[in-house]
Structures are given as C-alpha cells and as structure tokens.
Write a protein that binds this ligand. Structure first.
Ligand code: PXP
Length: 242
C-alpha cells in the first residue's frame, strides 16, 4: 500500500511571531516538532512582501532539517534566484497578489506558458523538483505537462469550502495526472474532516497542510495534531484498500 506524505506548512507560526515583532514563536522550533511527530516534509511560502516567513527562516530550516523542504513562491526572478541559492528539495510555484489573504485560486499555467517556461527550466537545472499549484482543470494539467514540471499540486480550496462538484473535479484531475506522467500533490484548506477523501485518491502522493494544523495546535499541541493528521491520512488509504 502506498502512503501519502504530509508536508506541514509552518507559515502561520511566523504570522504569530511577526504580530509582536520578536523572535517567538520560532518557525524553526515548529518545524522540529512537526518532524519529530512524523511530518514528511516542511513547507514554507516566502511571499514577496515577507508577511510571514522571512529569508532567514527558510535558510535555517534548510540548514538544519533533513526532511524535504518545499518552498512555495511566486514565479519571479527574485524568487528563482533565492531558490537556486537555497536549493530546497522542491519549489511550488503559486500565484501571488499582495492584497490577497491567502493563495486564491491556482496558477494560470495555461495562460502563462511562455513566461513560466524559463522559470521551470531554471529551477529544474538547479536540481529542484518543480511543482505547479493549479486548479483541478484539465487545461492547467496539460500546460504543466507541456512545461515539463514533474509535479502538480491540486488546489483543494474550493472543495474545502464545500463547493458543489469540486470533489469530482479533483478526482478527475488526479486521474489525469497519471495519464500525463505528473506526480500529484494536493492542498489548501484541508482539515481533519476533509483530508481523508483527498488522501484516498490513488494518485495523490502528498498533502500540504498549514493553517488548520497550526490553529488546532493551539488546543492540542503541534506534535499531537501532526500525529493525528498522519493517522487520518494513513487510515484513508487502509480503508480504501481493505
Ligand atoms: N499548498 C499551497 C500551494 C499553498 O499556497 C497553501 C497555503 O499557503 C497550502 C498548500 C496550505 O493551505 P492551508 O494553509 O489552507 O492548509
């Protein structure tokens, strides 16, 4: 039985730290706790405005932790230069607008294919596994394959909001990744309640989850929350394969 990796996104530990301007709580400490509890990777979004994660945070996690670091970033020259110097395991290209509260909607890979081509190539040449964060839309998946990105992360935000038909769209998109030779990841808005259905999709290899885990950690502690999410993900595959 194949397992699904859990990438723990620690951005909102930095949100809390930055609210007071001091060093606490430290995202590196959160990454250590998450890894000790079974996180398969750490995900961090270095936004253009540095509203949560800062350059030093990604460097510290990269230097200290042995698990894969997944750097989420906008497809800009500044971020490509940072990623090529940092050499994380993976880079997930996301759309970014300063005014947005979080990543709203996937990257328009189909509409920006020529602009993305050199960026995907530059990251790939540096040995970084490139992922495109896209909506579960066949044209976006085909664009990702045409760009030579090895991985797509399907945006689960609309599904998490309970929008009609979204689970079916994700199911079909995940099936298409296999046909196109893309590794399938998923994330955004996932919780204890809605992650299992996505983890059970046979093509899904990794979930990236942040806001819910960090929020729930206020009540249960981060280690306990990561362990419970890992159990939910593993249980979804066991139930499916039984
Ligand atoms: N994956 C990507 C590409 C994201 O941009 C985000 C949000 O930063 C997530 C996953 C995690 O979403 P959430 O914080 O809602 O779990």
């Amino acid at each position: 039985m194949s397992t699904v990796r859990l990438g723990v996104n620690i951005d909102h530990v930095a949100t809390l730290r930055n609210a007071r301007g001091g060093p606490h709580p430290d995202p590196l400490d959160a990454a250590r706790v998450a890894v000790a509890a079974g996180a398969d990777g750490i995900t961090m979004h270095l936004r253009e405005d540095r509203r949560h994660i800062r350059d030093g945070d990604v460097q510290l996690v990269r230097n200290e932790l042995a698990v894969p670091l997944n750097l989420e970033m906008a497809a800009t020259d500044e971020m490509v230069a940072i990623a090529r110097a940092l050499r994380p395991h993976a880079c997930c290209l996301v759309p970014e607008r300063r005014a947005e509260v979080t990543t709203e909607g996937g990257l328009d890979a189909a509409g920006q294919i020529e602009a993305l081509r050199p960026i995907v190539a530059a990251l790939g040449e540096a040995g970084i596994r490139v992922s495109l964060f896209i909506d579960p839309d066949p044209s976006q998946l085909r664009a990702a394959a045409a760009l030579g990105a090895p991985v797509v992360e399907l945006h689960t935000g609309a599904y998490a909001e309970g929008r009609q038909g979204e689970f079916e769209r994700l199911r079909e998109a995940a099936a298409l990744t296999a046909e196109l030779g893309l590794e399938c990841h998923a994330g955004h808005g996932l919780t204890y309640g809605n992650a299992a259905a996505i983890a059970a999709l046979p093509q899904v290899r990794e979930l990236n989850i942040g806001h819910f885990l960090i929020g729930q950690a206020l009540f249960d502690g981060l280690g306990a929350v990561v362990r419970r999410m890992k159990a939910i993900i593993a249980g979804s595959r066991e139930a499916r394969d039984a």
